[in-house]
Design a protein around this ligand. Structure first.
Ligand SMILES: [Zn+2]
Length: 130
């Protein structure tokens, strides 16, 4: 995937500023501490938690991901493969529960990427941290 693209940091759990440092502490979304984030990027020092309550907006991004997933699987299984709606719904609910940690992390990375653009030269460590 293109390293200059904002999608790079969203998909690969990287800081949106430098695309090098990890965003979350754990690599896997299915770890006991899946929600632990670095306060600052371990590579460039970018603030990953700008202010208290910043990630409330990520809740709406998460909702969008759930909606896209639900619509995509609906059209795939019900409209295209003609699977009965009851079977589809019985399979949908467990997958949504299983995808919760993944969408949680994906939504937070997406939300911060709205506000922080890729610019590896403009790092906090290069200008000095106060
Ligand atoms: Zn960084």
């Amino acid at each position: 995937m293109f390293k200059n693209s904002p999608l790079y940091s969203i998909v690969w759990n990287k800081c949106p500023r430098c695309h090098e440092g990890d965003f979350f502490v754990t690599k896997s979304a299915y770890h006991r501490h899946f929600d632990r984030m670095h306060d600052h990027c371990p590579h460039c020092g970018e603030v990953l938690t700008p202010e208290p309550g910043f990630y409330w907006g990520a809740m709406f991004v998460s909702y969008a991901y759930y909606t896209m997933y639900t619509l995509a699987t609906f059209f795939l299984f019900v409209s295209w493969l003609k699977i009965d709606l009851d079977y589809y719904l019985a399979g949908l609910v467990p997958t949504l529960v299983l995808l919760t940690p993944y969408f949680f992390r994906l939504a937070r990375r997406t939300w911060l990427t709205f506000f922080v653009s890729y610019d590896p030269a403009k790092t906090r460590l290069s200008v000095g941290r106060s």
